[in-house]
Design a protein around this ligand. Structure first.
Ligand SMILES: Cc1cc2nc3c(=O)[nH]c(=O)nc-3n(C[C@H](O)[C@H](O)[C@H](O)COP(=O)(O)OP(=O)(O)OC[C@H]3O[C@@H](n4cnc5c(N)ncnc54)[C@H](O)[C@@H]3O)c2cc1C
Length: 380
């Protein structure tokens, strides 16, 4: 069995000034932002807020200046993410483009798509969504049925995507599709990624309302959509390898254990200092947060060293989702009988009780992550 190499990583004192600057900005900008909105955490979207972050230089922080980035370290970026998530800031509008689409374009289209689109992502003006899942295709992404046929000057795309978070506010979708024939002896062959303009003729975006009636994700239908050659990301047939790199970015950030922070803060606020059960239960959560933070920082350190964090990222996401999903239960256990209806605690609890079940689905299900961890450890 192989060992997982998540070395401890320390942020150091030089990032303290940045942390203070971000905290002051958030205290001022979000001073009237209510707890039930903060409970949405990185699911909450506000284009104006994303633009303000862009103005501050807090988007695309690690990217080269020629792409509109700021050439700061991965650990400085980590501090900004941590503060945004801890405050429950509405970051979803730019989150996916900044976290994974920008780095994907930088790696696989450094001369064409990256110079064209990254500056607008770094300004908080360009939204991109992820078109991986399809009806009947979620965990088993190699089975995607959306196809692109080669024509003069580009590709013609037909198919559909589902659960596409933010497609209704995005300009583009990074789309995993089949450009080559299906080969049962190599299921990962023949897949590619195209950047699809969601305003192009033949694209239809339809809302899907989640369990609490909110519109976060969508169905996207693609009917004879023309995509120019330049909008191919990487090489035809390399889609599987590219998606693997993208998913490591999707799973590796601190958002994978901080989604329920507002609930934890409300529980701390409501706790009775004389109640030993409150102290022990909430103290245990603090210890788990501390351990996950160290692991998550270890993954950030790997990214900073240019290493592939796929296995440790899967571990942090799996353990992070376990912690996040345990918090609504803990809140009901400790405060269910005594909370005031419609109090801050009650509102945050209601929201997260209904949304937390999805945390072990989005970004890869628990069983899939555990399969990745087992493979990384040499167990399968
Ligand atoms: C809030 C949210 C946002 C999302 N946003 C996006 C998005 O923006 N873009 C996008 O493309 N997708 C998105 N998704 C879809 C998400 O990626 C899929 O739901 C996820 O990959 C699982 O796919 P599925 O729903 O088809 O479930 P399935 O793959 O059908 O899985 C059903 C169950 O079977 C288990 N299972 C499946 N295969 C195996 C196996 N080989 N071994 C053991 N168990 C297995 C799974 O763990 C799960 O419990 C989002 C989902 C959610 C909940």
């Amino acid at each position: 069995m192989q060992a997982l190499d998540i070395r401890p990583c320390h942020l150091g004192v030089q990032v303290q000034a940045l942390r203070t600057e971000v905290r002051e900005f958030l205290a001022e900008t979000l001073k009237d932002f209510p707890p039930h909105e903060r409970a949405k955490n990185w699911n909450g979207a506000d284009l104006e807020f994303s633009r303000k972050l862009g103005e501050r230089g807090w988007l695309g922080m690690t990217w080269p200046k020629r792409y509109g980035g700021h050439e700061r370290s991965a650990l400085e970026r980590y501090v900004v993410l941590e503060e945004l998530l801890a405050a429950g800031a509405p970051v979803n509008a730019h989150w996916i483009a900044e976290r994974q689409s920008g780095p994907l374009l930088m790696k696989f289209s450094p001369e064409v798509l990256a110079p064209r689109f990254l500056p607008a992502i770094a300004r908080g003006e360009l939204m991109i969504c992820i078109g991986m899942s399809e009806p009947d295709v979620g965990s088993d992404l190699a089975s995607v049925r959306t196809r692109a046929a080669k024509v003069d000057g580009g590709w013609v795309v037909n198919g559909s995507k589902v659960w596409t978070t933010g497609a209704h506010r995005s300009q583009y979708m990074v789309t995993l599709l089949r450009t080559g024939p299906k080969d049962e002896s190599n299921r990962h062959a023949g897949l590619s990624q195209l950047l699809v303009d969601l305003q192009a003729p033949g694209v239809t975006v339809r809302p899907i309302y989640n369990m609490i009636g909110e519109h976060d994700f969508n169905e996207v239908f693609l009917e004879n959509v023309f995509v120019p050659d330049d909008f191919l990301i990487g090489q035809p047939g390399d889609g599987w390898k590219q998606v693997g790199a993208e998913l490591a970015l999707e799973r590796s950030g601190p958002e994978r254990y901080l989604s329920c922070t507002q609930l934890y803060l409300e529980m701390l606020d409501a706790a009775d200092p004389q109640n030993l059960r409150h102290a022990v239960s909430l103290g245990r959560v603090a210890a788990r947060y501390a351990a996950l933070r160290q692991m998550s920082l270890g993954v950030a350190g790997m990214l900073a060293r240019g290493e592939n964090p796929a296995t440790p990222a899967a571990l942090v996401k799996d353990q992070g989702a376990l912690l996040e999903q345990s918090l609504p239960d803990l809140a009901h256990d400790l405060f269910g009988g005594v909370r005031q209806p419609d109090s801050r605690l009650d509102q945050v609890m209601r929201y997260l009780t209904q949304t937390a079940p999805s945390f072990s689905l989005r970004g890869g299900t628990r069983e899939i992550l555990r399969g990745i961890i087992a493979r990384g450890l040499g167990l399968r």
